[in-house]
Write a protein that binds this ligand. Structure first.
Ligand code: FUB
Ligand code: ZN
Length: 646
């Protein structure tokens, strides 16, 4: 199964077009100003640690210094270059959607700068160029050189697609050629993988874009070589010491790096969440072309481990700040977790690639859960403030007093010293339409209810119209060569009613029109409120429920309900729910009011006492989770405790 080039899909969806416009008009210009240090913004460290870079971005300045256009020193994380690449990628997609000569000119200038910073042999990484040139490709246990190269490749493809300008693609291919001269199976070449995965998936994309087989071969190589020799990084460190190049003696955590074994032999999600999911996306992409059964089995097992044991109801992943990582099964704390925006984006990506690999609809359900909740919560509604960590429960005062929660912020900062998430959010939203459709020889798959028009010249047009998730209907029209339409049903919809002159079949997951040439169908459905419980092994959610409607998980916030949200109590039997249009947070969203209870105020000063809880009736106001944190600092929670005795 394959996806469509972005320019074949025209979004008409009010909700997603709104987000794409926000990214185009606000996020992309703002991010450029931050990367260029033009505006005075509060650049916060991602967690409380005085040693972490903060205060400014300096990402473009690093390129200017490397290009010899400016005096100075490298500043910021050793992967700061990738912020620029992801910004170019989002600008590329945005230009594909809407032409903008001023933005294009700015991107051209940035690309000229990137090209100027590249060394004659193709090497490009401002951190190593400016701080430790003798250690290029020699500190893979942390380096991110190939991670940055991967993001460069993805940016180059987006910009070439959008504008037909291939200058960045030339830079990227030259950089990859440089990597290929140093890495490989031949003797004397490096037989190890980068500390942070990304190159694997990017090389497959480059293969798909250029048709050059060598890129697929190298993607496969980087997956084969990771963990093949678990002592690789230790040897690298010792060699640097022996050669007098570095006296660093870091502890290498092979689990964190997913280098304890070869990826195809890994069957659980372990270690750093973004690395894990970028690697898994690369595995699924390689397997689409090689049909390597070991890789397919590993991908499926890793995904099951995540979706059935390690994912939050919001689609967030990464239960701990320690190593920004996965932990054991069912351990899903709501207020100390990580749930990095990049990890949710990576889960969307991995699920999508697995769907392309297997045709299994369960992957789409997870993709949708992460997309509408943990990904969208990554940015504020002004498009200029960003979460790195996406908690499910916040109590600002307690969080502030607890050093174990230093990473949990109740308000999205202007920017982050480690700014991987903000431009990742922008590129995901700007390229959203790529997730909506896929196809194979006979079938067209409609993966999401997102109003849009798909045109495959000389073959077919497909259109879906409707206001999902804010209305309960969808009209589809297909015209063209005979195709089977598989229309995937989004999460939590029920009672489908289909009007069409053509026959259809309905399964739990999809509505199917077999081999049609010309079909119109009106689809109506219900979006009931879902009262979700977690598997009881998730002890953090025992005796609590989460509320969801369509794709949106809901939360309660202090802004609507006052403080002490822990006093909220719910009775699923008598929970009367009313949805109403809300237009102060987004042009459209649905606010939810539910009849529940509030627990008594604990009178007296005791900490423990034998007493029964009493409750009084109370209405609680909820908003979609992705919109929390847009109205000042305050409490928030997703899981709501069940009432005991009334
Ligand atoms: O290391 C690059 C990115 O920065 C990771 O993917 C994020 O988790 C953050 O650590
Ligand atoms: Zn991130």
């Amino acid at each position: 199964m394959k996806e469509f080039a972005l320019n074949k899909i025209q979004l008409t969806d009010e909700f997603w077009q709104g987000y794409q416009e926000l990214v185009r008009k606000e996020t992309i210009p703002y991010q450029y100003q931050v990367l260029n240090d033009e505006i005075d913004v509060d650049v916060q460290a991602e967690r409380e640690d005085p040693n972490l870079p903060a205060g400014k971005s300096h990402a473009l300045a690093n390129f200017r210094i490397a290009a010899g256009q400016m005096e100075g020193e490298h500043f910021g994380w050793f992967f700061q270059d990738s912020d620029v690449y992801k910004w170019i990628e989002s600008a590329g997609y945005s230009l594909l959607n809407t032409s903008d000569p001023q933005l294009e000119k700015t991107v051209d200038e940035v690309i000229d700068l990137v090209a100027a910073a590249q060394e004659a042999d193709g090497y490009l990484n401002t951190f190593f160029q400016l701080t430790r040139p003798k250690l290029k490709y020699r500190q893979l246990y942390f380096s991110h050189e190939l991670y940055c190269a991967g993001h460069l490749v993805e940016a180059a493809i987006a910009y070439d697609q959008a504008t037909g300008k291939d200058k960045l693609l030339t830079v990227a291919e030259k950089n990859i050629a440089n990597i290929c001269t140093y890495f490989g199976r031949e003797s004397g070449k490096i037989q190890g993988a980068d500390g942070h995965q990304e190159i694997e998936l990017a090389l497959v994309r480059l293969y798909e874009y250029t048709g050059k087989q060598t890129y697929l071969t190298f993607a496969d190589f980087f997956l084969e070589v990771r963990g093949e020799d678990p002592a690789f990084y230790e040897k690298e460190i010792l060699k640097n010491q022996a050669d007098g190049l570095s006296d660093e003696t870091p502890r290498v955590d092979l689990t964190y790096l997913q280098a304890y074994d070869q990826p195809k032999k890994q069957h659980e999600a372990k270690g750093h969440a973004v690395r894990m999911l970028y690697m898994a996306s690369g595995m699924a992409k390689v397997a689409q072309h090689t049909q390597d059964q070991a890789l397919i089995d590993a991908c499926e097992a890793i995904w099951e481990d995540i979706a059935c044991k390690k994912m939050y109801v919001t689609g967030g992943v990464g239960s701990t700040v320690h190593g920004e990582a996965f932990v054991g099964p069912y351990d899903l704390p709501n207020d100390t977790m990580y749930c990095e925006t990049c990890a949710a984006i990576a889960l969307v990506q991995f699920s999508f690639e697995l769907f392309k690999l297997t045709n299994e609809p369960k992957y789409l359900a997870t993709m949708e859960r992460a997309l509408y909740n943990s990904v969208l919560s990554g940015a504020a509604i002004d498009g200029k403030h960003f979460f790195y960590v996406n908690p499910l429960e916040v109590n600002p005062q307690r969080d502030q007093e607890n050093p174990g929660k230093g990473h949990v912020k109740a308000q999205r900062p202007d920017w982050l010293g480690c700014a991987c998430c903000p431009p990742n959010f922008a590129r995901m939203v700007a390229s959203l339409q790529r997730l909506v459709y896929t196809c194979d020889q006979e079938k067209l798959y409609v993966n999401l209810f997102v109003a849009s028009r798909l045109e495959e010249p000389d073959q077919f047009t497909f259109e879906q119209t409707g206001g999902f998730p804010f209305t309960e209907d969808l009209t589809i029209r297909y015209q063209g060569i005979p195709k089977t339409l598989i229309i995937h049903k989004p999460n939590g919809l029920s009672k489908f009613q289909i009007d069409s002159e053509h026959e259809w079949q309905e399964t739990n997951e999809a509505i199917i029109f077999e081999a049609v040439e010309n079909v119109t169908a009106n689809i109506r459905f219900e979006q009931p409120l879902q009262i979700l419980r977690a598997n009881p092994q998730v002890i953090q959610a025992i005796n609590q429920v989460a509320l969801q409607r369509g794709p949106f998980v809901y939360c309660i916030e202090e802004a609507d309900n006052g403080q002490a949200l822990w006093r909220c109590r719910i009775d699923p039997q008598s929970l009367e729910a009313t949805f109403s249009k809300e237009d102060t947070l987004l042009p459209i969203t649905l606010r939810l009011a539910i009849k529940g209870y509030q627990s008594e105020e604990w009178s007296g000063t005791t900490l423990y006492e034998e007493r029964a809880e009493t409750v009084i009736p109370r209405t609680w106001q909820l908003i979609p989770y992705h919109l929390w944190g847009n109205r000042g600092i305050g409490e928030m929670r997703v899981w709501l405790p069940l009432v005991g005795k009334k």
